[in-house]
Design a protein around this ligand. Sequence first.
Ligand code: URA
Length: 247
Amino acid sequence: MRTLTLDRILQSQGFGSRKYCRDLIADGEVTIAGTACTDYRTAFTPDGLRFTLFDEEWQYREHVYIALHKPANFECSRKPSHHPGVLTVLPEQFTWRDVQPVGRLDHDTTGLLLMSDDGPFIHAQSSPKRHVPKLYRATTHDPVTPALVQQLLAGVQLHDEPAPLSAISCTAVGDHLLEIVLEQGKYHQVKRMLAAAGNHCSALQRTAIGGLTLASLHLEEGEWCYLETEQLQALSPQSAAPGTSCT
Ligand code: URA
């Protein structure tokens, strides 16, 4: 089984440069199984290794898969311009690990945002070929009518799109509240579809991706958690019920 020296383990987890990690270790800041390990050359099998740094417990992870309950007024872009980037909500070592959002939510959209440092995972999840349904709760400026729901289900033509885009499902859940499931992830898609249907989206929250719901994660706005195997499996197109679901 592969082993890594402690300085390399810390560096791989985003705790800083090799030199900085060696200094942390020499200063007795890193504890393993209750004992400070002060020799950076000590080798461990990294998988599953638990260590304490600055009195906080961590577990080695080759890659991280994160769900964030995105608050409003944070940008998903790599170079945020008008609002802070979503990475500023997470512990600093995730920036060192090059964690990136999987796809984008608008700065004013809240809800479920996946983040990872696993390039192939990000690529696969963001692929338009993947057809993972995403559930949104949209607050509308004008009342929701049966005609609006029908229009969104039948398809609306957006500027710059070759063909009309339709919702997989669309349900009025309040006078001014819609639940809408989309498979594509076009730029401002929910807002543009509502505008094309003659209404206006005044607030938007993403509440599920595939079979992974925000409610199941129990995260307040601004909170995050690691996603474990079962939750990652819920992101596959197969785990959402056909036609809708994001149950
Ligand atoms: N559709 C939008 O209009 N905005 C988002 O952030 C996500 C989907």
